[in-house]
Design a protein around this ligand. Sequence first.
Ligand code: MEV
Length: 336
Amino acid sequence: MIRISAPGNVFLFGEHAVVYERPAIVAAIGLRTYINIERRNDDKVRVVSEGYGKIDSSVDELEKLDYSSHEDYEDEMDPLRDLIGYYFSQLNSPENGFEGKITSDIPKDSGGMSSSTAVIGSVMSALNRLYRTDVKKRNFFSHLYPIQVKIHGGSASGSEITSSTMGGYNRFWIERSGNETDFEFKNLGHHSYNLVIGDTGIEAPTEETVKYVRGGWEKDRESYETEFDRINDIVIEGKEALVNGEAEKVGELMNKNQKILRILGVSHPKLERLIQAAKDAGAYGAKLSGGGGGGIMIALCDESNKKEVAKAIEEAGGRAEMTEVGVEGVRVGDEL
Ligand code: MEV
């Protein structure tokens, strides 16, 4: 049996704008998704994902699947069927199937921590190990990106794939040329920042907020591009502050980023309430993370006040989680 895990992620800066070729800073967090996988003696493929569903199929059946667009995803397990089918048809068509069990530290209803990316990242790594295909971590992006695009309803940056796979704090950006998407990322080194995640408990699929922003951008490109440029400047300043360990400055820039996310229409009254509570309790800064519209917010704190910030978030009606940031990416051999 092989056990593989991949972390969830948060955006310190730059969500949404990153889909429009601006940089973002994404960090891997201490909440992980795990897969236990073992080869079967027949060609069956059985996967159970706690709270999401199961796959009961065969190598041959999965290999023939064809999800050409996000509209073909009907079931929560379809992205996984798509990935496994893609792996069998494009990378390795084995005789033996496998048995897999997926579990996660990331609460199911919690948008914004990229649980779906952690799932596809850990499964890609597990297949790679099980069938010895030797795809390098850096190249996971090109295999997983088309699936991420479908999960996000037709447009995605893929930044969470890199974060979940490589781990740490990364500055990430994409470049598109025609139908091709290329990406770059830069690891920003080790830092010990204290982060509290506040979960609104409001489900807000990233697909919907990405579409919402796309709709606004299509109507008024000039204003949206101006806001994305402002986020771009925040990311540049934020990167400097982050690598120099200037928590106060990072917090201030997170607040600025939040103001623009509000203008883009992806905040939510409950997110605002949790953000305000965190700031009132002494956080350096706070913002939503990921798609928004619900989901989660993050607050950058000091070691000395993180418990108070977490308490304030809970009192304001959120579910608080104090977590490590900048952790290891996809990894093999976690304790059972
Ligand atoms: C979603 O977690 C982050 C977005 O920027 C979309 C993406 O990067 O694909 C909203």
